[in-house]
Ligand binder design. Structure first.
Ligand SMILES: Cc1ncc(COP(=O)(O)O)c(C=O)c1O
Length: 420
């Protein structure tokens, strides 16, 4: 069958991954506990081989977005070609059904109903849709943290300028002693005028995982809705969105799911859909239908479709194994440097409060100089963070990161600290 015939009969969703070797590899370790498998370097070397990596540097800056496994990337490129060949025929005959199928599978991964989830371009679009969708009145209040992502903080400021609503920012501690410390911090910032609380599921500059459910329960008891920034948590941590109890959840799929650039999700709890104003109008869609928030005009549909293949790879590995390996990699290097002279870890020490991401500074060295030295002298790529109470470089390994690479990083860090 030629490609056109294939598309017609199977739909563009029909392009699957062979995942050669991967399924067998996981079948052979099926009974191994994720925490044990996390430490099996030979096994993860097989996963690393699925990626095409640049030999010029060790990439410890995987928080921006994920490099895709070759097979996932190739399936995306195939989809680009197919959509180009089909022209409007595809758009007019299959697009809507195919997108619904992707949305349905994503909803399964998120543990929610497809009626509560839409595909967006990224976390920014998802969360800004909610922030701008509120009917803010002068004097209304919103609460967030100064460690939250800049684009969302800016979007709240825009609403303040436009409607006279008021933003209150808390500052998160770097190493909390308990969940209650965080819950109380947010509780103290709420007032009878607070309508929306934004919290990060995982703070991007430190890797700090917040006790989302406890914060949500506290806020709901005070009649405050909660929006969660899940940019880094979705497909890195093993959870279901409804179990968090939140009203809104946004994430980027090009981060930890390893989808192609420009893919995200927005979850809106069913009973919250009706009161949000959409950014773009679409007649004929009910106010209670989440699709009203998703009228994006003509856009790169191959991006939506290829999410399926990122999910294939992700599912073959399994979220429990993925989370365990990522947490192991982070704790492997942090445990070797925590407490050493001049080394400042900006990530909580309690293992349940972090996963892949951590942040480290060296006393007496500016973050940007630390990142530059790591790259220039040691060929290690990281990103400098110097905002709020966080001064250091963010270190983010990925599934393809090896322990040997982390040993190189630890040796470099010790050398830099000794010379500081
Ligand atoms: C916590 C957090 N929120 C939101 C975003 C925005 O993600 P995107 O650029 O994919 O919209 C990021 C990006 O790094 C982030 O780290």
């Amino acid at each position: 069958m030629n490609k056109r015939g294939f598309l017609r009969s199977a739909g563009a969703l029909g392009i699957g991954l062979a995942l050669t070797g991967l399924r067998d590899a996981f079948a052979s370790v099926g009974s191994v506990a994720p925490s044990d498998l996390a430490q099996d370097e030979a096994f993860w070397a097989g996963i690393r081989a699925k990626y095409r990596l640049k030999p010029d540097y060790i990439n410890l800056e995987n928080g921006y977005y994920s490099i895709q496994p070759q097979e996932v990337l190739e399936s995306f490129i195939t989809r680009v070609r197919e959509i180009n060949m089909e022209g409007s025929y595809y758009m007019r005959t299959r697009r809507i059904d195919d997108k619904l199928a992707v949305r349905t599978r994503l909803a399964r991964a998120a543990g929610c109903s497809p009626e509560e989830l839409i595909i967006t371009r990224n976390t920014t679009e998802s969360l800004d849709t909610v922030i701008a969708g509120f009917d803010w009145k002068a004097g209304d209040e919103a609460v967030m943290a100064e460690q939250d992502y800049g684009a969302m903080l800016d979007m709240f400021e825009l609403q303040a300028r436009r409607y006279g609503m008021v933003n209150r920012r808390v500052s998160l501690p770097l190493d909390p002693s308990s969940d209650d410390e965080i819950v109380e911090l947010y509780a103290a910032a709420l007032t009878p005028r607070t309508r929306l609380l934004m919290i990060g599921h995982m703070v991007n500059i430190t890797g700090h995982i917040l006790p989302v459910r406890k914060i949500v329960d506290m806020a709901h008891a005070r009649n405050v809705q909660v929006m969660v920034d899940g940019a880094h948590a979705f497909a890195q941590l093993d959870f279901r969105i409804p179990d968090l109890g939140c009203d809104y959840y946004g994430a980027s799929l090009h981060k930890w799911l390893g989808a192609n650039l420009g893919a995200g999700i927005l979850y809106v709890r069913k009973d919250r859909v009706a009161s949000l104003w959409p950014m773009f109008a679409e007649s004929g869609v009910a106010d209670t239908d989440i699709a009203k928030l998703n009228h994006t005009g003509t856009h790169p549909v191959h991006t939506d479709l290829a999410i399926m293949n990122a999910l294939d790879f992700h599912d073959a590995i399994g979220i429990a194994r993925k989370e365990a390996r990522l947490r192991f990699l982070q704790s492997y290097w942090t445990s070797k440097v925590r407490g050493l002279p001049k080394i400042v870890l900006n990530t909580p020490r309690d293992p349940k409060r972090s996963c892949a991401i951590a942040n480290v500074g060296v006393a007496g060295i500016e973050p940007r100089d630390l990142a530059k030295t790591l790259l220039d002298r040691h060929r290690i790529w990281t990103v400098a963070i110097n905002t709020a109470n966080v001064r250091g470089t963010r270190i983010t390994p990925h599934l393809y990161t090896s322990v040997a690479e982390l040993d190189t990083f630890v040796a470099a860090l010790k050398q830099i600290a000794a010379a500081a």
